[in-house]
Design a protein around this ligand. Sequence first.
Ligand code: MF3
Ligand code: CO
Ligand code: CO
Length: 270
Amino acid sequence: MGEKHNGPVTRDGIRIHSEADFSGMRAAGRLAAEILDRIGEHVFVGQSTAEIDRIVEEMVNAAGATSATIGYKGYEHASCISINHVVCHGIPSDKKLKDGDILNIDVTVIVDGWFGDTSRMFVAGKLARKAERLIEVTHEALFRGIEAVKPGNTFGDIGFAIQSFVEAQRMSVVRDFCGHGLGAVFHAPPNVLHYGREGTGPVLEEGMFFTIEPMVNLGRPETKILADDWTAVTRDKSLSAQFEHSIGVTATGYEIFTLSPAGRFHPTYG
Ligand code: MF3
Ligand code: CO
Ligand code: CO
């Protein structure tokens, strides 16, 4: 394990990884994405999020992997499940899904010491038009951010690509949570902001690993944390959506470690 931490670190404290490290991230990212591919059929009206989480945990264990979230800062579940106006870090519970609920399922696994972190949107029952538009804009925002990933660009370029697209759709980008470096650890420098100005922030270099995970609201961007100390919700109760990928910077651009092997990004769109 030790040698996985021994690569160089930039001035900004961002680790530069080797080709062997890319292989490790591919395996971890693939498992996390496969779990999301397979969880879709367990999302339906009347299902509880605790049951979805139980199935996620079972899939992680069956693969011989470890959940990164169980025991993380006292969190006790294999997934975060964030419904409707919940922005992120929703705690699985016995509450049952209702027709038209939209939910983000966020799974992080550890495979051979490497962390794969990804989330997608799902729907129970019939998807309402404005929720569908929010989900499409959020997914497109993630990919606009990913397209800005190449050596020489900056983290501000990623944030700018996301923010400028989202705000042109008259939706808002959450500022209170961000993406993060990862690799042989869950959360590492830098903070990957989903808003910003072109040319600002650390410069991207080949071998950096991080997540991009924009949260987009139909209303205002402000959030608050509920009394459980985890659940983040929109202050104005507006709907919120999120997608997350774990990414590596390559010589010419990027590699997405958590792309769906089945080619899915959420069940409705296949
Ligand atoms: N997977 C989340 C992220 O994208 C972190 C969840 S931490 C937990 O960074 F403890 F809430 F599970
Ligand atoms: Co993450
Ligand atoms: Co995540």
